[in-house]
Design a protein around this ligand. Structure first.
Ligand code: E4P
Length: 222
């Protein structure tokens, strides 16, 4: 399972890039607005310079004609840009037209297997089930991810399952066990995945033991 960062914050993206563990980015209008900019194109191009991989940018139009025009414009920004389109009636129509033009689509705001099935028929390259928001509404978000993976596998559907709206490290583990192709996570979840108290304690103990026998610490290594 690949790890994407769900953010439009450049420092967070630089951190993920530096670790070498992030292979794509998902953004949405709320995440870009949080950065205090309405220049979506400039921000996406800055992100494309930091990460070599799929960068999702979302349309804000809701009718088909405007979504098509906006989707084409977003796709023209950079070859790595993937256009995010919501799982609405108008969205499926737009996905169908844009995917036939060779534009890669991340079908977003997906909350059911049925929506994922429709998106795959329409030509979505990625489908994003929103786990945390389903959990918030009293549903089992990860069960929806697992069901989409199973149904796609059953029919040999090549749309990639991108587990989204993940809120904590256990969500990431569950997404991996469910067979999601990608997990997109906020910076704080990445930080939580990196850290383990036993790693820190173990490292401190190794160094303490070593320094007790090595009069000049590190000088005698090797
Ligand atoms: C995914 O592409 C979305 O941007 C994101 O995962 C939504 O997460 P949230 O429900 O925490 O806002």
């Amino acid at each position: 399972m690949r790890i994407f960062l769900d953010t439009a914050n450049l420092d967070e993206i630089r951190y993920g890039a530096r670790l070498g563990v992030v292979s794509g980015i998902t953004t949405n209008p709320s995440l870009v607005a949080k950065e205090g900019t309405s220049d979506y194109r400039t921000r996406v191009l800055e992100i494309c310079r930091l990460i070599e991989g799929p960068i999702s940018a979302e349309v804000v139009s809701t009718d088909v004609r405007a979504m098509l025009e906006e989707g084409r414009r977003i796709a023209s920004w950079h070859p790595n840009v993937v256009v995010k389109i919501p799982s609405t009636e108008e969205g499926f129509e737009a996905i169908s037209t844009l995917s036939k033009e060779g534009i890669r689509i991340n079908q977003t705001l997906c909350f059911s297997v049925n929506q994922a099935l429709l998106g795959a028929q329409a030509g979505s390259s990625y489908v994003s089930p929103f786990v945390g928001r389903l959990d918030d509404a009293g549903h089992d978000g990860m069960a929806v991810v697992a069901d989409i993976v199973a149904v796609y596998q059953h029919y040999g559907i090549t749309t990639q399952v991108l587990a989204a709206s993940l809120r904590h490290p256990l969500h990431v583990v569950a997404a991996a066990k469910a067979g999601a192709h990608i997990a997109t996570i906020p910076h704080k979840v990445l930080m939580a995945m990196v850290k383990h108290p036993l790693t820190d304690l173990g490292l401190a103990a190794f160094l303490k033991d070593w320094n007790a026998v090595a009069k000049a610490p590190l000088a005698r290594v090797g």
